[in-house]
Design a protein around this ligand. Structure first.
Ligand code: AMP
Length: 114
């Protein structure tokens, strides 16, 4: 837990979010500003600032997040496909410094991004 971290506040319940999934290690909730019909954030409960801050011990946690992302895509009916995005650092467009995987789908998405 990191003080003043938005997503740590969601994890510990001081900021409201409806969890689509919660395990001992991760939670998933809908993005407050969706860019597509389905836009879900999957995050570790542990405060990790970004993908660039992973430690050796986080390996299985990352596996759990990726599997949960795939399962959520199934649950949300994204059979036509979807995109998983992890914005990292300032050049990557990361605005919340708590690692999060965006699951985006429900419409055709353009590539490459801007
Ligand atoms: P990023 O720009 O990759 O760091 O993504 C941060 C995401 O968090 C953005 O898509 C925001 O819309 C989303 N977000 C910010 N605050 C909240 C919140 N309270 N609940 C849900 N999503 C949020």
């Amino acid at each position: 837990m990191s003080e003043n971290c938005l997503f740590c506040k969601i994890v510990n319940g001081t900021l409201e979010a409806d969890f689509l999934l919660e395990t001992e290690n991760i939670v998933a909730f809908r993005d407050i500003n969706p860019v597509a019909p389905v836009h879900i954030l999957i995050i570790p409960k542990k405060h990790i600032a970004s993908l660039a801050h992973l430690e050796e011990e986080d390996e299985s946690l990352m596996g759990e997040i990726v599997k949960a992302t795939s399962d959520l895509a199934d649950q949300e009916g994204l059979a036509e496909g979807y995109r998983v995005v992890v914005n990292t650092g300032s050049h990557g467009g990361q605005s919340v410094a708590h690692l999060h995987f965006h699951l985006i789908g429900g419409r055709s998405l353009q590539w490459p991004p801007g």
